[in-house]
Design a protein around this ligand. Structure first.
Ligand SMILES: Nc1ncnc2c1ncn2[C@@H]1O[C@H](COP(=O)(O)OP(=O)(O)O)[C@@H](O)[C@H]1O
Ligand SMILES: [Mg+2]
Length: 289
């Protein structure tokens, strides 16, 4: 782990973000790094950090009537003095947020059956212990969105799907019920907004933190890194879908003879350019250009 930005106190470097300590606040900086299959790729996707930050800010605002979020300000002018020397880098890609105690689970909501959910369903007809009707096709819409939590793996490890009962063991029944309820509600609200923009949110992942017993929506929200976005216009169940997320990169990586262990392979320029284009496309869809 490098030391991060000079004069600031780096407390954590995740796959994509750096966290700097400001007592009861955190400066959350989104880099241009991209990860796939939980491995960080050696190449940067220029502009990606800004895209993720701007999309998250859009959603935090849209969802604030349902759940409190961690944003204090995303305006660099309002950041603490120590951040000023890094203004140019921070602008657009960073948020000054409330420090919380992150819950040790990822709150996944699935409205459609795809990815690891599809794999699990093919295997034994269930997702995270939830029995699903027979005969579902790949990418088919589920009757109701499902809350399918996973563990939060350390860097280098993989998140694992868990049952609701296992989530209860990790965070207690009251919090588990509460985050399940909030997750489904914000997913539904997201779906309603995305639908008008011609986008399907097939599935997504939320993170919550605790501050003085209150549940707060943290990290990133409904971004192409945390969600599968499909264009409505070309949606057709029965196979994989065209998407605005990093499925494009995943599909490329699957063509390689790479064991999905770090280090990740260098990416060809056209794959980098195309990936960057996908992220920008997603931003334009939500924020308008
Ligand atoms: N408001 C917050 N309070 C505490 N931790 C936070 C907050 N917002 C985000 N985080 C944490 O910051 C990290 C974000 O870095 P990221 O690169 O996304 O990590 P990861 O590799 O775990 O996905 C996550 O571990 C997330 O839980
Ligand atoms: Mg993350």
């Amino acid at each position: 782990m490098d030391k991060g930005l000079s004069g600031l106190n780096l407390i954590r470097q995740g796959k994509v973000r750096e966290l700097y300590d400001f007592d009861d606040k955190i400066l959350l900086v989104t880099s241009d790094r991209i990860s796939a299959f939980d491995v960080i790729m050696p190449d940067l996707i220029e502009g990606k950090g800004k895209v993720l930050t701007q999309i998250s800010l859009f959603w935090f605002k849209q969802l604030e009537s349902i759940v409190r979020n961690h944003i204090v300000t995303a305006n660099v002018d309002e950041f603490p003095e120590e951040c000023k020397p890094h203004r140019d880098y921070l602008e657009g890609r960073s948020m000054f947020v409330t420090k919380t105690e992150p819950l040790p689970i990822e709150c996944v909501v699935r409205g459609f059956i795809t990815g690891s959910g599809w794999k699990s369903y093919q295997n034994d007809g269930t997702v995270c212990g939830i029995k699903l009707p027979e005969g579902l096709k790949e990418s088919e819409q589920l009757a109701e969105p499902l809350f399918t939590p996973s563990t939060k793996a350390e860097v280098g490890e993989h998140d694992e799907n868990i049952s609701f009962e296992e989530a209860v063991k990790l965070i207690g029944e009251e919090k588990a019920n509460k985050v399940k309820e909030i997750s489904i509600e914000i997913y539904k609200k997201g779906v309603e907004i995305a639908d008008k923009l011609g986008i399907i949110i097939a599935d997504t992942k939320f993170e919550f933190g605790i501050l003085d017993d209150e549940i707060i929506l943290i990290d990133e929200v409904l971004t192409p890194d945390s969600s599968r976005f499909w264009p409505k216009a070309t949606y057709k169940p029965g196979g994989s879908q065209k998407s605005f997320d990093k499925q494009f990169l995943r599909d490329y990586l699957k063509t390689l003879d790479w064991d999905k262990q770090a280090p990740g392979p260098n990416l060809p320029n056209d794959i980098i350019a195309k990936t960057s284009e996908k992220y920008n496309e997603a931003m334009e869809l939500f924020l308008g250009s």
